[in-house]
Design a protein around this ligand. Structure first.
Ligand SMILES: [Ca+2]
Length: 457
């Protein structure tokens, strides 16, 4: 029989659980501070914001918000040198993949100067507030007018932003001059509206996105970020022309380095996280993986292993899973696609010859590894480029014809050995870095035929 003590314990547990779920349900506004080579030190918040010093130049500040009620959000930081600090207004990115929409108004600073912190200055034609920069502007907006159900905190305008669709302004700061920021925030009505739309099954989001889609993107628009190497470059080279030929539009982002493995992509992303001003963490045209992930609302992000390593499942772990989690964190809307590489040509004198591996064995091993890893990271789909190549190669109509034991010295420019039905470059003349063309041999990278095939896949 339960004793009275048991009852108290049980009630206590119920209260604890209720409390935990209350805390979990709290929605938060989020302000990020990022010093450009300028170390900044987090100070206190007199409004109870949670302030996290992420690195010596980066501070995250989060504070609970409620719908329909403006609440003060205050924080203090101190620059350790003269320099520049970005103040970014955004919403929390919740663990369930929901990105919150937050209204902000009346941002004021002590210790530094802000432009248009009240969002009253007229926005440009795209409705971006004067003085502010933006990321993924689209559904974010300046709301102007005194709508009685959602009034501004002050003046006639406020801004609506989310985690991905955020705005920022760069401040000039002085060494040891503490900066205090105060702003008013509330859970946006547009967030509540989105939730209602989703619940009622209406596709208003889609309609809104189509309505705000710039005119320069005819037809359907797809945004793809490729995390890969020379193989993803080859495989996507003809994709823009192919998409445009159908009257549609493509935004293609490149997180690519020649010969790059999943491990290297991950290591470089970690370098950026450890120190955002470390140039090694920004290997993609001076941008980091995180900056690329956050630079657009990608529909698809692809992951690809280095071709030589692609046969070996061990080399994918744990880097494919780490990168998938990273993508889900910074591009939560994107589908993750695993982008298959392909086997080398049968006359490859490197990997195939040296490891006594046949083309079919190489294909089967890499295909199996991509399958396993796609399942492990819960990828949305595999792009079966290697399978398409292998199917084409096994078709008797497309049988490769290439002579055995080619002697390069026997060929004079522009003559080439016969290599009918090749799906890779193979023998080719190259002038790269040389005065006269040299006969080179590449059993891995695409020729025009396979670039086309890869783009179609
Ligand atoms: Ca205002």
């Amino acid at each position: 029989m339960p004793t009275r003590k048991h009852c108290f314990v049980a009630i206590g547990l119920v209260l604890l659980v209720a409390r935990a779920s209350d805390l979990k349900a709290q929605d938060k506004a989020r302000i990020d501070l990022k010093g450009d080579k300028t170390a900044i030190k987090a100070g206190a918040s007199d409004t109870g914001a949670k302030i996290t010093q992420k690195s010596q130049n980066v501070i995250y500040c989060e504070q609970a918000v409620t719908a329909g009620k403006w609440e003060k959000f205050a924080l203090t930081f101190t620059p350790e040198a003269d320099g520049k600090v970005d103040v970014m207004l955004r919403g929390e990115f919740q663990a369930n993949g929901v990105q919150l929409w937050i209204d902000y108004d009346k941002l004021e600073l002590a210790g530094a100067t802000i432009v248009n912190g009240d969002f009253e200055q007229k926005a440009d034609p795209a409705n971006v507030p004067a003085g502010w920069q933006f990321k993924s502007w689209g559904k974010s907006k300046v709301v102007r007018g005194k709508d009685e159900s959602h009034p501004p905190h002050s003046g006639e305008a406020y801004v609506v932003v989310s985690h991905v669709n955020c705005i920022w302004q760069t401040l000039d700061v002085k060494k040891d001059q503490a900066v205090t920021l105060t702003v008013y925030a509330r859970l946006s009505a547009s967030d509540a509206q989105d939730a209602q739309d989703a619940a009622s099954g209406e596709k208003k989001d889609e309609k809104k996105m189509q309505a705000t889609k710039p005119k320069s993107y005819p037809g359907k628009l797809v945004r793809i970020l490729l995390i890969g190497n020379s193989y993803s470059q080859n495989a996507s080279e003809y994709l823009p022309a192919l998409v445009e030929s159908q009257g549609n539009s493509l935004v293609l982002g490149h997180a690519e380095i020649g010969g790059c493995s999943l491990e290297k992509h991950w290591t470089l992303a970690q370098k950026f996280e450890a120190n955002p001003s470390d140039f090694q963490g920004k290997p993609y045209s001076k941008r980091s993986l995180r900056e690329l992930l956050e630079s657009d609302t990608w529909d698809i992000v692809t992951l690809q292993q280095h071709s030589w390593l692609s046969r070996d499942l061990k080399t994918y772990r744990p880097f494919a899973a780490n990168l998938a989690a990273y993508i889900r964190k910074y591009a939560p809307q994107a589908k993750i696609l695993v982008h298959e590489t392909w086997a080398y040509r049968t006359d490859d004198m490197g990997l195939l010859k040296k490891t006594h591996t046949t083309q079919e064995q190489m294909y089967q091993a890499l295909h199996d590894a991509y399958q396993v890893i796609a399942k492990e990271i819960e990828a949305d789909r595999i792009i079966p480029t290697g399978t398409a190549f292998q199917n084409a190669r096994q078709d008797p109509r497309w049988k490769l014809e290439v002579p055995d034991n080619v002697d390069p010295s026997a060929y004079k420019y522009p003559d080439l050995p016969v290599q009918k039905h090749s799906l890779v470059l193979g023998w080719a003349w190259s002038k790269k870095g040389k005065a006269t063309p040299q006969l080179i041999y590449d059993p891995k990278h695409c020729n025009a035929a396979s670039k086309y095939l890869a783009a179609v896949v």
